[in-house]
Design a protein around this ligand. Structure first.
Ligand code: PBG
Length: 307
Protein backbone atom coordinates (compact mmCIF):
# COMPACT_ATOMS: atom_id res chain seq x y z
CA UNK A 1 0.00 0.00 0.00
CA UNK A 2 2.79 2.41 0.81
CA UNK A 3 5.14 1.45 -2.03
CA UNK A 4 6.66 4.61 -3.48
CA UNK A 5 7.52 2.98 -6.77
CA UNK A 6 5.62 0.52 -8.92
CA UNK A 7 6.53 -1.06 -12.21
CA UNK A 8 3.73 -1.17 -14.73
CA UNK A 9 3.53 -2.47 -18.28
CA UNK A 10 3.36 1.15 -19.42
CA UNK A 11 6.93 1.72 -18.24
CA UNK A 12 8.44 -0.83 -20.60
CA UNK A 13 9.87 -0.65 -24.10
CA UNK A 14 11.03 -3.85 -25.78
CA UNK A 15 14.21 -3.83 -27.90
CA UNK A 16 13.81 -6.18 -30.89
CA UNK A 17 16.16 -7.46 -33.59
CA UNK A 18 15.17 -8.14 -37.18
CA UNK A 19 17.51 -9.86 -39.61
CA UNK A 20 17.42 -9.96 -43.36
CA UNK A 21 18.99 -13.24 -44.46
CA UNK A 22 17.12 -15.82 -42.36
CA UNK A 23 13.96 -17.81 -42.86
CA UNK A 24 13.49 -18.86 -39.21
CA UNK A 25 14.01 -16.78 -36.05
CA UNK A 26 17.47 -17.40 -34.56
CA UNK A 27 18.16 -17.58 -30.82
CA UNK A 28 20.94 -15.38 -29.43
CA UNK A 29 23.15 -17.50 -27.17
CA UNK A 30 24.09 -14.79 -24.71
CA UNK A 31 20.53 -13.39 -24.49
CA UNK A 32 18.38 -16.38 -23.56
CA UNK A 33 14.80 -15.84 -24.72
CA UNK A 34 15.71 -13.07 -27.19
CA UNK A 35 15.64 -13.73 -30.94
CA UNK A 36 16.93 -12.40 -34.19
CA UNK A 37 13.57 -12.14 -35.92
CA UNK A 38 12.46 -12.61 -39.48
CA UNK A 39 10.08 -9.92 -40.72
CA UNK A 40 7.25 -12.37 -40.12
CA UNK A 41 8.23 -13.41 -36.58
CA UNK A 42 8.83 -9.76 -35.69
CA UNK A 43 5.25 -8.93 -36.64
CA UNK A 44 3.98 -11.78 -34.49
CA UNK A 45 6.13 -10.72 -31.53
CA UNK A 46 4.98 -7.11 -31.74
CA UNK A 47 1.35 -8.26 -31.87
CA UNK A 48 1.91 -10.21 -28.64
CA UNK A 49 3.64 -7.25 -26.99
CA UNK A 50 0.86 -4.89 -28.00
CA UNK A 51 -1.78 -7.27 -26.65
CA UNK A 52 0.14 -7.40 -23.35
CA UNK A 53 -0.04 -3.62 -23.21
CA UNK A 54 3.64 -2.84 -23.87
CA UNK A 55 3.49 0.70 -25.26
CA UNK A 56 6.59 0.70 -27.48
CA UNK A 57 9.32 -1.24 -29.24
CA UNK A 58 12.76 -0.15 -30.37
CA UNK A 59 14.01 -1.82 -33.54
CA UNK A 60 17.52 -2.86 -34.59
CA UNK A 61 18.22 -4.23 -38.07
CA UNK A 62 20.75 -6.75 -39.33
CA UNK A 63 21.32 -6.18 -43.05
CA UNK A 64 22.54 -8.69 -45.60
CA UNK A 65 25.24 -6.38 -46.80
CA UNK A 66 27.57 -4.12 -44.82
CA UNK A 67 29.79 -1.43 -46.31
CA UNK A 68 32.06 1.42 -45.21
CA UNK A 69 29.26 3.97 -44.76
CA UNK A 70 26.46 1.66 -43.60
CA UNK A 71 24.32 2.55 -46.60
CA UNK A 72 21.73 -0.17 -45.94
CA UNK A 73 20.65 1.93 -42.96
CA UNK A 74 18.96 4.44 -45.28
CA UNK A 75 17.94 2.07 -48.09
CA UNK A 76 14.15 2.57 -48.45
CA UNK A 77 13.91 -1.21 -48.94
CA UNK A 78 16.38 -1.97 -46.15
CA UNK A 79 15.57 -4.39 -43.37
CA UNK A 80 14.51 -1.79 -40.82
CA UNK A 81 12.46 0.26 -43.25
CA UNK A 82 10.50 -2.86 -44.24
CA UNK A 83 9.94 -3.68 -40.56
CA UNK A 84 8.71 -0.14 -39.83
CA UNK A 85 6.34 -0.26 -42.79
CA UNK A 86 4.91 -3.57 -41.61
CA UNK A 87 4.41 -2.36 -38.04
CA UNK A 88 2.74 0.79 -39.27
CA UNK A 89 0.25 -1.23 -41.29
CA UNK A 90 -0.31 -3.79 -38.49
CA UNK A 91 -0.73 -1.31 -35.66
CA UNK A 92 -1.28 2.24 -36.84
CA UNK A 93 -0.88 4.30 -33.72
CA UNK A 94 -1.50 1.65 -31.08
CA UNK A 95 2.15 0.87 -30.46
CA UNK A 96 5.07 3.30 -30.64
CA UNK A 97 7.58 2.05 -33.21
CA UNK A 98 10.94 3.55 -32.29
CA UNK A 99 13.81 3.21 -34.75
CA UNK A 100 17.29 2.98 -33.28
CA UNK A 101 19.27 5.41 -35.41
CA UNK A 102 22.90 4.43 -35.86
CA UNK A 103 25.06 2.81 -38.52
CA UNK A 104 27.18 0.32 -36.58
CA UNK A 105 24.98 -2.65 -37.54
CA UNK A 106 25.44 -1.60 -41.17
CA UNK A 107 29.15 -0.71 -41.41
CA UNK A 108 31.76 -3.33 -42.29
CA UNK A 109 34.15 -1.85 -39.67
CA UNK A 110 31.53 -1.84 -36.88
CA UNK A 111 31.89 1.81 -35.85
CA UNK A 112 28.93 4.13 -35.36
CA UNK A 113 30.10 6.47 -38.12
CA UNK A 114 32.28 6.84 -41.19
CA UNK A 115 36.05 6.70 -40.78
CA UNK A 116 38.75 9.16 -41.79
CA UNK A 117 41.68 7.77 -43.83
CA UNK A 118 43.49 7.45 -40.47
CA UNK A 119 40.74 5.20 -39.15
CA UNK A 120 39.16 7.64 -36.68
CA UNK A 121 35.41 8.21 -36.62
CA UNK A 122 34.61 11.39 -38.56
CA UNK A 123 31.99 13.10 -36.40
CA UNK A 124 30.73 15.74 -38.83
CA UNK A 125 30.67 13.52 -41.92
CA UNK A 126 28.65 11.03 -39.89
CA UNK A 127 25.96 13.62 -39.11
CA UNK A 128 25.04 13.73 -42.81
CA UNK A 129 24.53 9.97 -42.80
CA UNK A 130 22.33 10.16 -39.71
CA UNK A 131 20.17 12.74 -41.48
CA UNK A 132 19.62 10.31 -44.34
CA UNK A 133 18.82 7.48 -41.94
CA UNK A 134 16.33 9.65 -40.03
CA UNK A 135 14.48 10.52 -43.22
CA UNK A 136 14.37 6.92 -44.42
CA UNK A 137 13.03 5.79 -41.05
CA UNK A 138 10.44 8.56 -40.83
CA UNK A 139 9.29 7.87 -44.37
CA UNK A 140 8.97 4.16 -43.58
CA UNK A 141 6.62 4.92 -40.69
CA UNK A 142 8.78 5.30 -37.57
CA UNK A 143 6.88 7.03 -34.77
CA UNK A 144 10.09 8.17 -33.12
CA UNK A 145 13.81 8.02 -33.89
CA UNK A 146 16.45 7.21 -31.28
CA UNK A 147 19.97 8.28 -32.23
CA UNK A 148 22.42 6.03 -30.37
CA UNK A 149 25.73 6.90 -32.06
CA UNK A 150 26.88 9.60 -29.61
CA UNK A 151 28.19 11.94 -32.33
CA UNK A 152 28.35 15.56 -31.20
CA UNK A 153 25.52 17.54 -32.78
CA UNK A 154 23.50 14.50 -33.85
CA UNK A 155 20.22 15.61 -32.29
CA UNK A 156 20.35 19.04 -33.92
CA UNK A 157 21.30 17.62 -37.32
CA UNK A 158 18.50 15.04 -37.24
CA UNK A 159 15.94 17.59 -36.01
CA UNK A 160 16.86 19.90 -38.85
CA UNK A 161 16.58 17.16 -41.49
CA UNK A 162 13.22 15.95 -40.16
CA UNK A 163 11.78 19.46 -39.95
CA UNK A 164 12.95 20.40 -43.44
CA UNK A 165 11.20 17.37 -44.91
CA UNK A 166 7.75 17.50 -43.35
CA UNK A 167 8.49 15.31 -40.32
CA UNK A 168 8.20 18.01 -37.65
CA UNK A 169 5.99 15.76 -35.56
CA UNK A 170 8.49 12.88 -35.24
CA UNK A 171 10.06 13.11 -31.77
CA UNK A 172 13.67 12.31 -30.94
CA UNK A 173 14.55 9.96 -28.10
CA UNK A 174 18.16 10.94 -27.51
CA UNK A 175 20.66 8.41 -26.17
CA UNK A 176 22.21 11.38 -24.38
CA UNK A 177 24.36 9.85 -21.65
CA UNK A 178 25.55 6.66 -23.25
CA UNK A 179 28.64 5.18 -21.69
CA UNK A 180 31.46 3.21 -23.36
CA UNK A 181 30.33 0.18 -21.38
CA UNK A 182 31.54 -3.41 -21.29
CA UNK A 183 27.89 -4.38 -20.81
CA UNK A 184 27.05 -4.15 -24.54
CA UNK A 185 28.84 -7.44 -25.31
CA UNK A 186 25.80 -9.65 -25.88
CA UNK A 187 24.16 -6.95 -28.02
CA UNK A 188 27.12 -7.07 -30.37
CA UNK A 189 26.57 -10.80 -30.75
CA UNK A 190 22.89 -10.11 -31.37
CA UNK A 191 23.61 -7.65 -34.19
CA UNK A 192 26.78 -9.35 -35.48
CA UNK A 193 29.02 -6.33 -34.89
CA UNK A 194 32.78 -6.62 -34.48
CA UNK A 195 34.68 -3.38 -34.16
CA UNK A 196 37.63 -3.43 -36.54
CA UNK A 197 41.01 -4.19 -35.00
CA UNK A 198 39.52 -4.94 -31.59
CA UNK A 199 38.71 -1.23 -31.30
CA UNK A 200 36.28 0.49 -28.94
CA UNK A 201 33.92 3.45 -28.85
CA UNK A 202 35.75 5.54 -26.26
CA UNK A 203 36.26 8.44 -28.67
CA UNK A 204 32.49 9.02 -28.84
CA UNK A 205 30.82 7.31 -25.87
CA UNK A 206 31.12 8.51 -22.26
CA UNK A 207 33.81 7.54 -19.75
CA UNK A 208 32.16 5.43 -17.00
CA UNK A 209 34.14 7.47 -14.46
CA UNK A 210 32.26 10.67 -15.32
CA UNK A 211 28.87 11.67 -13.95
CA UNK A 212 28.86 15.46 -14.25
CA UNK A 213 29.93 15.25 -17.87
CA UNK A 214 26.78 13.22 -18.56
CA UNK A 215 24.69 16.22 -17.44
CA UNK A 216 26.54 18.34 -19.98
CA UNK A 217 25.76 15.80 -22.72
CA UNK A 218 22.08 15.86 -21.77
CA UNK A 219 22.02 19.66 -21.69
CA UNK A 220 23.45 19.77 -25.24
CA UNK A 221 20.85 17.29 -26.51
CA UNK A 222 17.97 19.25 -24.98
CA UNK A 223 19.28 22.49 -26.50
CA UNK A 224 19.43 20.73 -29.89
CA UNK A 225 15.80 19.60 -29.66
CA UNK A 226 15.65 16.25 -27.87
CA UNK A 227 12.12 15.29 -26.83
CA UNK A 228 13.12 12.47 -24.49
CA UNK A 229 16.53 11.84 -22.93
CA UNK A 230 18.22 8.57 -22.00
CA UNK A 231 20.86 7.19 -19.67
CA UNK A 232 22.49 3.91 -20.70
CA UNK A 233 23.32 1.37 -19.20
CA UNK A 234 21.02 1.53 -16.17
CA UNK A 235 22.02 -0.31 -12.99
CA UNK A 236 25.63 0.79 -12.83
CA UNK A 237 24.49 4.36 -13.53
CA UNK A 238 21.60 4.85 -11.09
CA UNK A 239 23.35 7.94 -9.73
CA UNK A 240 23.41 9.41 -13.24
CA UNK A 241 19.70 8.63 -13.67
CA UNK A 242 18.96 10.30 -10.32
CA UNK A 243 21.02 13.38 -11.19
CA UNK A 244 19.35 13.66 -14.58
CA UNK A 245 15.91 13.36 -12.95
CA UNK A 246 16.77 16.16 -10.53
CA UNK A 247 18.11 18.49 -13.21
CA UNK A 248 15.86 17.96 -16.23
CA UNK A 249 12.12 17.77 -16.71
CA UNK A 250 11.89 15.95 -20.03
CA UNK A 251 10.74 12.32 -20.05
CA UNK A 252 13.72 10.25 -18.94
CA UNK A 253 14.44 6.79 -20.31
CA UNK A 254 16.96 4.26 -19.05
CA UNK A 255 18.29 1.34 -21.09
CA UNK A 256 18.70 -1.88 -19.12
CA UNK A 257 21.22 -3.25 -21.61
CA UNK A 258 22.12 -6.64 -22.98
CA UNK A 259 24.90 -7.35 -20.46
CA UNK A 260 22.62 -6.53 -17.55
CA UNK A 261 20.02 -8.95 -18.89
CA UNK A 262 22.65 -11.61 -19.67
CA UNK A 263 24.16 -11.50 -16.15
CA UNK A 264 20.71 -11.84 -14.61
CA UNK A 265 19.74 -14.74 -16.88
CA UNK A 266 23.05 -16.56 -16.43
CA UNK A 267 22.77 -16.49 -12.64
CA UNK A 268 19.08 -17.42 -12.72
CA UNK A 269 19.64 -20.31 -15.14
CA UNK A 270 22.28 -21.68 -12.77
CA UNK A 271 19.80 -21.49 -9.92
CA UNK A 272 22.04 -19.02 -8.09
CA UNK A 273 19.45 -16.28 -7.76
CA UNK A 274 15.68 -16.04 -8.06
CA UNK A 275 15.44 -14.68 -11.62
CA UNK A 276 11.91 -13.19 -11.65
CA UNK A 277 12.32 -11.58 -8.21
CA UNK A 278 15.70 -10.10 -9.14
CA UNK A 279 14.34 -8.84 -12.46
CA UNK A 280 11.52 -6.98 -10.74
CA UNK A 281 13.89 -5.62 -8.08
CA UNK A 282 16.28 -4.29 -10.74
CA UNK A 283 13.58 -2.60 -12.79
CA UNK A 284 12.02 -1.12 -9.66
CA UNK A 285 15.41 0.33 -8.68
CA UNK A 286 15.82 1.91 -12.11
CA UNK A 287 12.42 3.52 -11.77
CA UNK A 288 13.07 4.56 -8.16
CA UNK A 289 16.24 6.32 -9.33
CA UNK A 290 14.05 8.45 -11.60
CA UNK A 291 13.50 6.77 -14.96
CA UNK A 292 10.04 7.21 -16.51
CA UNK A 293 10.50 4.45 -19.07
CA UNK A 294 12.83 1.47 -19.28
CA UNK A 295 14.10 -0.18 -22.43
CA UNK A 296 14.58 -3.80 -21.44
CA UNK A 297 14.81 -7.30 -22.90
CA UNK A 298 12.69 -8.29 -19.87
CA UNK A 299 9.69 -6.36 -21.25
CA UNK A 300 7.75 -9.38 -22.46
CA UNK A 301 8.20 -11.55 -19.36
CA UNK A 302 7.52 -8.72 -16.93
CA UNK A 303 4.44 -7.72 -18.93
CA UNK A 304 3.26 -11.34 -18.70
CA UNK A 305 3.74 -11.50 -14.93
CA UNK A 306 1.95 -8.16 -14.47
CA UNK A 307 -1.19 -9.31 -16.33
C1 PBG B 1 24.64 1.17 -31.10
C2 PBG B 1 23.93 0.54 -29.94
C3 PBG B 1 24.48 -0.32 -28.99
C4 PBG B 1 23.45 -0.65 -28.11
C5 PBG B 1 22.31 0.00 -28.55
N1 PBG B 1 22.63 0.76 -29.67
C6 PBG B 1 25.82 -0.92 -28.89
C7 PBG B 1 27.03 -0.11 -28.85
O1 PBG B 1 27.02 1.10 -28.57
O2 PBG B 1 28.06 -0.70 -29.09
C8 PBG B 1 23.61 -1.56 -26.94
C9 PBG B 1 22.36 -2.13 -26.36
C10 PBG B 1 22.56 -3.26 -25.44
O3 PBG B 1 23.68 -3.64 -25.06
O4 PBG B 1 21.54 -3.84 -25.06
N2 PBG B 1 23.85 1.14 -32.24
Amino acid sequence: MVAETRIGVNDLIAPLFVREDISEPQPITSLPGVMQHTQQSLRAEVKELASLGVPGVVLFGLPNRKDATGSEAWNPDGVIQIALNNLRSDHGDDIVAIADLCVDEYTDHGHCGVLTPQGDVDNDATLELYQKVALAQAEAGADMVAPSGMMDGQVGAIRQALDANGHELIPILAYSAKYASAEYGPFREAVDVNIVGGGNRKSYQQDPANGREAMEEIRFDIAEGADLIMVKPALAYLDVIAQARAQFDLPLAAYHVSGEYAMLKAAALNGWIDGPATALEHLTAIKRAGADIILTYLAREIAETLQ
